[in-house]
Design a protein around this ligand. Structure first.
Ligand code: PMP
Length: 460
């Protein structure tokens, strides 16, 4: 099945691909040749349980999605300047999942394109420029989005914070600026929201301008699987709108039912954004994404007289695939599954938390779970070294997780929505073994001892 040896693939990659495109597990990168459901297979056809790929939303290579794409590819591909059923059906279905008022769609090819268009719409509608984003947030790789993504622009070699960008503290109730060691949970939302009110106030005073937009993920993924505190968005939306701005919900990672309770994660906060951006899971791996907004915002864009044309956005193949993804979510009751399996997994992770001192927090909803690795429960000090080791050791046991957050100490679990309780059991029992292997030692040379002892191999 393999065309080249793993060594040759790596050598060619090093030769021809830009080094800033990084590999997972740089010490021993994984070569994958096929995938099915919640499993990916390496060049030796060994299976890895995929606990992080929220793009393969309804499962890798879902036959109905693959079939829908193939069928349409054989029939017709063209751009959306011709009338075609797939795009209008897709738009209608998306609008039907949204709260009233969010009724106009634009189709694009990636989460980044969606967010870039969202900002363009916001600028045209509000005639303002200043954008408020969250500390730790990532919204995409285009220049306009690196500018608002603290996750990237704040890196040592990053481009730094631009004048039109304002950061609101990450509303992390566990270890953020306002947290449960000093405040009651009910107060915390208000304290974080006040920061946004102040930003709006300062922009008014200093620039004599209003706000263009507040952009947020509805559950903060790269920032460390953060659940927004209750009522946080409703208070902020009010401040932003009072200051001329619109509210953009980036559902690129967390949309399409991942929370199990709703199609869209912003619904957990009982708010209605002005613009919603969708991506990743929408095409189950095929590049299709969308922006959904109100008639009023879309009309303002139209009134500029500048046509919006996107060569691939909303083509019949992409829309056939997106429609098949929505069919599968409904037919296979994947939101219900996310609820049941997510609750089960979270409960079992909570049990690990009571067993191991380095698990400070377990949080999340549906199949979106974060495990915060700390030095000890009292200090809540982040322990990125341990998180990195856990990540690597889990891979040795053929379980793929990722690590993220402001301090790179949060283990992220966001598997395909077909994840089962048996998969959850496997993750937790393996994590249990790995944590037992780490316990009682702050000595990171233990990482090497673990490898040398063959413990990883023995327990596979
Ligand atoms: N928004 C969020 C929240 C994301 O996580 C990402 C990608 N990780 C993007 C936008 C950008 O999506 P894409 O990589 O498809 O352009």
């Amino acid at each position: 099945m393999e065309k080249m040896s793993k060594g040759d693939t790596l050598a060619m990659r090093n030769k021809y691909i830009g080094k800033s495109c990084q590999l997972f597990f740089r010490q021993d990168p994984l070569k994958v040749v096929r995938a099915l459901g919640q499993y990916m297979y390496d060049e030796k056809d060994e299976a890895y349980l995929d606990c992080v790929n929220n793009v393969a939303h309804v499962g890798h290579c879902h036959p109905k999605v693959v079939e829908a794409g193939c069928r349409q590819m054989k029939l017709l591909y063209t751009n959306n300047r011709y009338l075609h059923d797939n795009i209008v059906i897709c738009a209608k279905r998306l609008v039907e999942t949204m709260p009233k008022g969010l009724n106009t769609c634009f189709f694009v090819n990636s989460g980044s394109e969606a967010n870039d268009l969202a900002i363009r719409l916001a600028q045209i509608y509000t005639k303002n420029k200043d954008i408020i984003a969250l500390e730790g947030a990532y919204h995409g790789h285009l220049t306009s989005l690196i500018d608002i993504s603290h996750y990237k622009f704040s890196l040592p070699g990053g481009t730094g914070q631009k004048d039109h960008v304002h950061l609101a503290s990450l509303p992390d109730i566990y270890r953020g600026k306002f947290n449960t060691t000093e405040h009651k949970e009910e107060e915390i939302s208000h304290l974080y929201a006040e920061e946004v009110r102040e930003i709006c106030h300062n922009v008014r005073n200093e620039k004599d301008a209003g706000i263009c937009a507040f952009i947020h993920e509805s559950l903060v993924s790269c920032g460390g699987q953060i659940m927004l505190p209750r009522n946080y968005l409703s208070e902020i939306y009010e401040h932003v709108r009072n200051n001329g701005g619109v509210c953009i919900a980036d559902e690129v990672q967390v949309g399409f039912g991942r929370t199990g309770k709703h199609w869209w994660a912003f619904e957990l906060q009982n708010v209605v954004p002005d613009i919603v951006t969708l991506g990743k899971p929408m095409g189950n791996g095929h590049p299709v994404a969308a922006v959904i907004t109100t008639k009023a915002i879309a009309e303002c864009f139209e009134n500029t007289g500048v046509e919006y044309f996107n060569t691939y956005g909303g083509n019949p193949v992409s829309c056939a695939i997106a429609n098949a993804v929505m069919d599968v979510i409904e037919d296979e009751k994947l939101m219900e599954n996310a609820c049941v399996v997510g609750d089960y997994l979270k409960k079992r992770c909570m049990m690990l938390k009571s067993k191991y001192s380095i698990i400070g927090d377990v949080r999340g909803v549906g199949l979106f779970i974060g495990i915060e690795i700390v030095e000890d429960k009292e200090s809540r000090k982040p322990n990125p070294e341990a998180a990195t080791i856990i990540h690597r050791w889990m891979k040795e046991h053929h379980i793929l997780l990722s690590v993220d957050g402001l301090d790179k100490n949060v283990i992220k679990i966001k598997p395909p929505m077909i994840f089962t309780e048996e998969n959850a059991d496997e993750v937790v029992s393996t994590l249990d073994k790995v944590l037992a292997g780490l316990e009682g030692s702050n000595d990171l040379t233990k990482d090497n001892r673990y490898y040398q002892s063959g413990y990883c191999k023995m327990n596979k």
